[in-house]
Write a protein that binds this ligand. Structure first.
Ligand code: IMP
Ligand code: MG
Length: 180
């Protein structure tokens, strides 16, 4: 049987090492502050919990759920808020935690939205960055890995809700989404 994956992109151990480095960076940058970490559901859940467990600074957390992709592999270019934050963020230091930045549509929209609520600051932390696909400029403050323009799954990331629970990150084989 043909595998759904073309290859492993990142092993769990490598991801874990990088997440620890990001946590150390955030610890330094937010020393003396209590930032609010906003996890973008659902793709960032494993990254979010792994990252936050390694922080030493006090922090708060909340979640948003947005939809920009349908069930496919192409962005629709629009962002819909399915779940908003539970509380106002006025005066708070906010860190948006996302799984992957691709076209940039989602994060540029979210950053502007949260900035309009008068927080003290808004920064972006993404595990993965696919710069080749960028259509909207977004300043990424914390970045785990720069990756090539391929569709990837695992460690929270899905294709049509599949493969999220894979512990490693894989390149999805194009035959799965009918391009081969
Ligand atoms: P953007 O708005 O185009 O930057 O897309 C960001 C969202 O698209 C991410 O939060 C993911 O949910 C999804 N996405 C983009 N690329 C991939 C991928 O390679 N695998 C899985 N999801 C992806
Ligand atoms: Mg996402």
């Amino acid at each position: 049987m043909q595998s759904d994956f073309s290859r492993v992109l990142l092993r769990r151990e490598e991801i874990g090492k990088r997440v620890a480095e990001l946590a150390a960076e955030i610890d330094r940058d937010y020393a003396g502050k209590t930032p609010l970490f906003v996890g973008i559901l659902k793709g960032s859940v494993f990254f979010f919990t792994d990252l936050l467990q390694q922080l030493h600074i006090p922090a708060q957390l909340d979640f948003m759920s947005v939809s920009s992709y349908g069930n496919g592999d192409q962005t629709s270019g629009r962002v819909r808020i399915m779940k908003d934050l539970d509380r106002p963020i006025e005066g708070q230091h906010v860190v948006i935690v996302e799984d992957i930045i691709d076209s940039g549509t989602t994060l540029s929209y979210l950053k502007r939205l949260l900035e309009s609520r008068n927080p003290a600051s808004v920064r972006i932390c993404t595990l993965l960055d696919k710069p080749d696909r960028r259509r909207t400029e977004v300043a990424v403050d914390y970045r785990g890995f720069v990756i090539p323009d391929e569709f990837i799954v695992g460690y929270g990331l899905d294709y049509a809700e599949r493969y999220r629970l894979e512990p490693d990150i894989y390149v999805l084989d194009p035959h799965v989404y009918g391009k081969e």
